[in-house]
Design a protein around this ligand. Sequence first.
Ligand code: DX5
Ligand code: ZN
Length: 219
Amino acid sequence: MATPIRIAPSILSADFARLGAEIEAVTKAGADLIHIDVMDGHFVPNLTIGPAVIKALRPHSKAPFDVHLMIAPVDPFVQAFADAGADGITVHPESGPHIHRTLQLIRSLGKKAGVVLNPGTPIEAIDNVIDLVDLILVMSVNPGFGGQSFIASQLKKIEAAANRIAKTGRDIALEVDGGITPETARQAIAAGANVLVAGTAVFKGGASAYAANIAALRG
Ligand code: DX5
Ligand code: ZN
């Protein structure tokens, strides 16, 4: 049986003045995970939120918090995000000198460890750490902003990641992030993705549209 598709709304596209209510609304609308984009204005050219906000949001949803760290250096902050309520912590190989050590650190804190590949990062970057990961995230836009267009060349990378995951025989989630619409969702699922991050496509139209927006992405 095929792995069920999970939808992870990215709160980057939510109303930041009402984040708690927004998380409650997408959870009620069927979100499987809450995707939280953490940016430092250095690793990526944008600034978002930190552990204090994640901690404040934690009581607003029972869905796992899927925390995508776009910060460098990353190691000094992993513990703070774990303590704030992250269930999974996903890191870029470029955000520190020792990705293997960073993944070990995340796991030592009892959290699911993810590795994320930018559009320009080769698939081989996961080969020597795949035994340490619970999730592989393929970026289908360059990280930093919501609302960008899906980069179709990344579909091949999703396929390559799916093949590598199959070879391990382990249950490793395969997530895609950026420019996901009902149409690109279908393409990503066909390539092997089973967790879809979506900001714009989930939060458009306000809370009354969230359930239909999420359903439309499941294909
Ligand atoms: C980009 C973030 C994404 C982004 C997705 O750096 O990692 O999660 O918010 O937004 P959309 O779905 O609008 O492309
Ligand atoms: Zn993200």
